[in-house]
Design a protein around this ligand. Sequence first.
Ligand code: SAH
Ligand code: SF4
Length: 386
Amino acid sequence: MTANLLEFDLDGLAVFCERLGEKRFRATQLFRWIHQRGASSFDDMSDLAKSLREKLKTCAEIKPLSVITQHISDDGTIKWLFDVGAGDAVEAVFIPEDDRGTLCISSQAGCAVGCRFCSTGHQGFSRNLTSGEIVAQLWFAEHFLRKRLGVSQRVISNVVMMGMGEPLQNYSALIPALHVMLSDHAYGLSRRRVTVSTSGVVPMMDRLGIDCPVALAVSLHAPNDALRDNLVPLNRKYPLSELLDACRRYLAFAPRDFITFEYCMLDGVNDTAAHARELLALVRPVGGSELSCKFNLIPFNPFPASGLKRSSVAQVQAFSKILSDAGIVTTVRKTRGDDIDAACGQLAGDVKDRTDVAKRISKQRTVMLHPVMVGALTEQTKGTNA
Ligand code: SAH
Ligand code: SF4
């Protein structure tokens, strides 16, 4: 069987090399060729013995994901739709800024959590991505961007697991992929610049803190259980009190001294002044200790099946002000890649019309885009994720 070397973190690659009778330093060399140099052919790996290269050709490959579509916005935001086989596709988005380059990647095809305001949730769950498929999004984007910009140094400085899927429901694939992102022999990203976003899979938050503590974003979206049960069904299993306790425990391991709470602003649903005050009370319980956090307010990206509407700019500002006035750092995400938003709406039609692609990508879910991606998003306040 041919092994896809993108599946392995450095330890995994070392085990693979040992089985071939090769020493660990060979695995390091190979790992560097793949991730630092973007090599996909063993013939390019000039400092590996020819005999090893020949051996590798018989049992291994570096298997990229195929790109179905690529959209480049005037502001430099780039969105890719990758084919992951059997009619499924996932997205990644690169968001360039003055001081950093952020890549948003997917962890699953579809998602089982089923949040009301999320189109991925409405599509249902198809399957977990493998570690190699998670890493392949970064591998492709980083080396594509280096070629495009004509640079040899790193372009992507931050990775956020905010694409399709719930990363903590694909834990066993997530951890090796995070190792690859963090490894100095691969992408060398700092733990502070790799963010896992979760809807609140409490036991896995604890494990992440121990196994691979990276920056954590928690999708809160509601200040009480009744509302959160309705918006984020996972809340029925892990209610707010348990979720906030898990956040407090995570802080002991986190590379940053705060948790980022994401809050999708839904008109008339969770966006009133009373909700904002309730949120404050939640993170600052009377007689209890304050939970160190920041809020990131996300204007809802509407899609018809949701039956929900985006809060007005004034409402978002008023909400933000209540939190900020209380001394909690609050940012409002602004959309990026506006000119390719429309193109993304078009994308669904395009993909369906082109019969060759349509044959490969047949299910409806493959062409529905993650709402966050539809407005590839970034924070308004610079430096908060630096
Ligand atoms: N499953 C993980 C990560 C992927 S979703 C999670 O839920 O955290 C990334 C972020 O996009 C989450 O905060 C999610 O709540 C938000 N999101 C989903 N659908 C959205 C929409 N239609 N508009 C705005 N934000 C949305
Ligand atoms: Fe899944 Fe996150 Fe979408 Fe909820 S918001 S359905 S957890 S991808």
